[in-house]
Design a protein around this ligand. Structure first.
Ligand code: GLN
Length: 486
């Protein structure tokens, strides 16, 4: 048996019966990383020694019969934007290339409390700005399904690692689609929780009113387990919601009879790839065969979503990234002649081109005289987008859409034209603006063998329903079981 292909719940069962040890599991995944990560390039940092040490701890606990939490001994990968104590957290930026956080993010503390095994940190677009992982300052991560294609972004490393069995599951972050779109491109499940569901403490901030951490997994059961592990109130994040965390696994009943699936006409736009569109309609038919009903819903402000997002997100980014001044953290230029030159050169040399573009756009949108015309207006449109969803959810329980208008694209295909890259976020961005939960699950492949993803959007804090629908769909199909030809 190839241990690296197991899901979390399969690993958990085998650990519990002592059919396999945590050390064997972790070693098999580390061996696979050694063999294949040269091709995929998912990891920015590997922590083999710590991982094996942690696996040893779990094995000792198992040997004396200690009852262990569900994630004990499970090998996980973490997007390099989430702070890990004593382990480099680079945001794939030259700015933070040698930054070792003195503390763990809350999600990391929660995983460690469950005795999970952290394998390392994964590649991403610099500061999570991008949709292809091509904006990493270090290297490009490849799509395991087609090595000349992008894995999506910004959490491309985490998605590729899960798809290639270079970890059991992973964490990413999603500001405008960065979990769902790479999950779609890599043929796996990826969930962005409701804003406030998961603590952002220790997540390096991109756009604080949009950012959320969430899981990438090989199936929905794993997704539910990982979400359960990381969700919940955290006094260290004032925007985290003080609400009970349901047992998501118990929502996975397979029964979707009577669930109302909303289909927004506004999303079936010109320019959508026909193979993607066909796969989505087939998926909707499958859900209807399982007893769900199809409802027509309207999201009329969709055409403004991209413009709104790229004002709100860049404005917040320009403020958040002000902290990289060459003094407090990160890169500092060598031999500046004075203070001003030190700031200027540190930022010029430390940030890549996309990050600079966003800082300039955001600074402009916030500047005196333009604030009302751009930022304030964007905030108002954001409210209209949220209301669209509130109204739509009077008619339905979940909304189904494509995750991305196209299948994965080739390296370089969209790098010349940033606007083209921004447009590829059309179906994911509104969900962040409205603060809603959304999941992408595999729903087919193109003729060329590239994965296609179905997005399910839920009501605020109703991750349970999207997981339930995703799970029922998964039971009826086998897309999630396919493996890339590595
Ligand atoms: N692709 C979007 C952007 O470039 C979303 C990124 C994200 O979710 N972090 O901003």
């Amino acid at each position: 048996m190839d241990l690296t292909q197991l899901t979390i719940h399969e690993m958990q069962a085998m650990l519990a019966t002592r059919e396999v040890s945590a050390t064997e599991l972790v070693r098999s995944v580390l061996d696979r990383i050694t063999r294949l990560d040269g091709q995929v390039a998912a990891y920015t940092t590997l922590t083999e020694e710590r991982a094996l040490e942690q696996a040893g701890t779990v094995d000792r606990l198992l040997a004396v019969g200690t009852p262990l939490p569900p994630l004990a001994g499970i090998p996980l990968a973490i997007k390099d934007v989430i702070c890990t104590k004593g382990v480099r957290t680079t945001c794939a930026s030259k700015m933070l290339e040698s930054y070792e956080p003195p503390y763990d993010a809350t999600v990391i503390r929660r995983l460690k409390a469950q005795e999970a095994v952290l394998l390392g940190k994964t590649n991403m677009d610099e500061f999570a700005m991008g949709s292809s992982t091509e904006n990493s300052s270090f290297f490009r991560t490849r799509n395991p399904w087609a090595l000349d294609h992008v894995p999506g972004g910004s959490s491309g490393g985490s998605a590729a690692a899960v798809a290639a069995d270079l970890c059991a599951a992973a964490l990413g972050s999603d500001t405008g689609g960065s979990i769902r779109q790479p999950a779609s491109f890599c043929g796996i499940a990826g969930l962005k929780p409701t804003y406030g569901r998961v603590s952002r403490y220790g997540l390096v901030a991109f756009a604080s009113s949009l950012d959320q951490i969430g899981p990438f997994a090989k199936d929905i059961h794993d997704c539910a387990m990982l979400l359960h592990a990381i969700a919940g109130h955290d006094p260290c994040d004032s925007t985290s919601a003080n609400l009970p965390v349901p047992d998501y696994s118990s929502a996975l009943t397979g029964d979707v009879r009577g669930v109302r699936i909303g289909i927004p006409d506004d999303y079936f736009i010109e320019g959508m790839d026909p193979e993607v569109e066909a796969a989505i309609w087939t998926a909707i038919r499958t859900l209807k065969d399982l007893g769900a009903t199809q409802e027509k819903v309207l999201l009329p402000h969709t055409p403004y979503a991209i413009a709104t997002y790229y004002i709100v997100a860049t404005a917040e980014a320009s403020s958040n990234l002000g902290r990289y001044d060459g003094v407090r953290y990160g890169y500092r230029t060598t031999r500046p002649t004075d203070l001003l030159e030190m700031y200027q050169r540190s930022r010029r040399e430390g940030f890549g081109p996309e990050v600079k573009r966003r800082i300039m756009l955001g600074t402009y949108a916030l500047s005196a005289g333009y604030y009302d015309a751009y930022y304030l207006k964007a905030q108002k449109v954001r409210t209209l987008i949220r209301r669209d969803f509130e109204r739509a959810f009077e008619q339905c329980d979940v909304i189904a859409t494509p995750t991305s208008p196209t299948p994965p694209f080739k390296f370089g295909e969209k790098t010349e034209d940033p606007l083209q890259m921004y447009l590829s976020d059309i179906f994911t961005i509104s969900v962040n603006l409205a603060g809603l939960p959304g999941i992408s699950i595999p729903c087919g492949f193109t003729k060329a063998g590239l994965p296609i993803g179905l997005q399910l959007i839920g009501k605020p804090f109703d991750e349970a329903t999207i997981l339930k629908v995703a799970h029922a769909y998964e039971q009826a199909t086998d897309w999630h079981r396919r493996k890339p030809p590595l």
